[in-house]
Design a protein around this ligand. Structure first.
Ligand code: SD4
Length: 307
């Protein structure tokens, strides 16, 4: 167990995002404000593949998914949102200013603009433009195993290179003991137009039950959705498993469902308890998560993995 407050998030980019969240948490602020501010750092970053800098769909258009959940089962989400820099902030507005949980596509963009979010130019980042041109040569979609670029690990799939993940998920506990979570992504690169991933879906990409735990996912969204990933992790913890053991059991379930095809995908979970324990587990090698506590604000932990 760790002293409060606590924030954890996925991948190496989580280090910078956690510091954004820490500015809120260290002043006694709400976990909800922290998880929004934290992932906004990543959404705004040009050298990361989350947000408008991310890879486009197969039509060459960047479409963003995000969701957020607080300590009282309030939740909000946007999916297939175009030309808005901070989808997580729009998801929060959906939660707080509409009678709904999810808004998608054109309606989500219309709502964002009405809420005062500027419409950004329809333009790919230089990296995404290059990756899209490369992808167009074959125009074949196949799952990409998301990993962090470290040492000799090489991502497989149509777009080689480093750090090929597209998502940040964050879980925080504030000084009052309350939990909240956020998740934001450009989604799988070169997806079909209109495809939504787990990161827009409460219960798949993110779930928070303040009485007990919170969990979030990254990796192949389709396979997180088919077993209601984050909710499953939370329920496993409710049955008594530690955060890491619950993430592992959920990963094992996906491996069983996928059989031999499990080798073609990556799925990763992170989890925290309201006692301040944290843990993670992934299907493949190459997943890391960032942890920020009063003692150490910049820890990067290599997740254990199944295959
Ligand atoms: C998705 N889960 O859209 C996201 C992708 C991801 O690192 O996590 N990439 O399926």
């Amino acid at each position: 167990a760790t002293d409060k407050p606590l924030v954890i998030s996925t991948w190496n980019d989580g280090l910078a995002a956690n510091l954004g969240a820490w500015k809120v948490l260290s002043k006694g602020g709400r976990a909800l404000d922290a998880v929004e501010a934290g992932v906004m750092v990543t959404e705004a970053s040009q050298n990361c593949c989350v947000g408008l800098g991310g890879n486009p769909d197969r039509e060459g258009i960047v479409t963003l998914d995000a969701c957020i959940m607080d300590e009282q089962f309030n939740c909000g989400s946007v999916a297939a949102l175009e030309r808005i820099k901070h989808p997580i902030a729009v998801a929060r507005r959906v939660m707080e200013h509409t009678p709904h949980v999810m808004l998608v596509g054109e309606g989500a963009q219309q709502f964002a603009v009405a809420q005062g979010f500027p419409l950004e130019p329809q333009k790919l980042s230089p990296d995404a433009d290059k990756a899209y041109r490369e992808w167009l040569k074959t125009s074949q979609y196949r799952p990409v195993i998301n990993i962090e670029n470290s040492g000799n690990q090489k991502p497989t799939g149509p777009v080689g290179g480093a750090n090929n993940h597209d998502t940040i998920a964050m879980l925080a506990q504030d000084a009052h003991g309350n939990l909240s979570g956020s998740c934001t992504t450009s989604g799988m690169g070169f997806k079909m137009r209109g495809r939504l991933g787990d990161s827009s879906l409460i219960g798949s990409g993110l779930f928070v039950d303040n009485a007990v735990w919170a969990a979030a996912a990254t990796g192949q969204g389709e396979d997180v959705i088919r077993m209601a990933g984050a909710h499953t992790v939370v329920e496993l913890m409710r049955q008594g498993l530690s955060p890491k053991a619950a993430c592992k059991a959920a990963v094992e379930r996906i491996a069983k469902i996928k059989g031999a095809k499990a080798h073609d995908i990556q799925v990763c979970f992170i989890a925290v308890s309201n006692q301040g324990q944290h843990g993670a587990y992934s299907l493949q090698k190459g997943f890391s998560y960032a942890v920020c506590t009063p003692e150490n604000q910049q820890q990067l932990i290599q997740s254990e993995y199944l295959l």
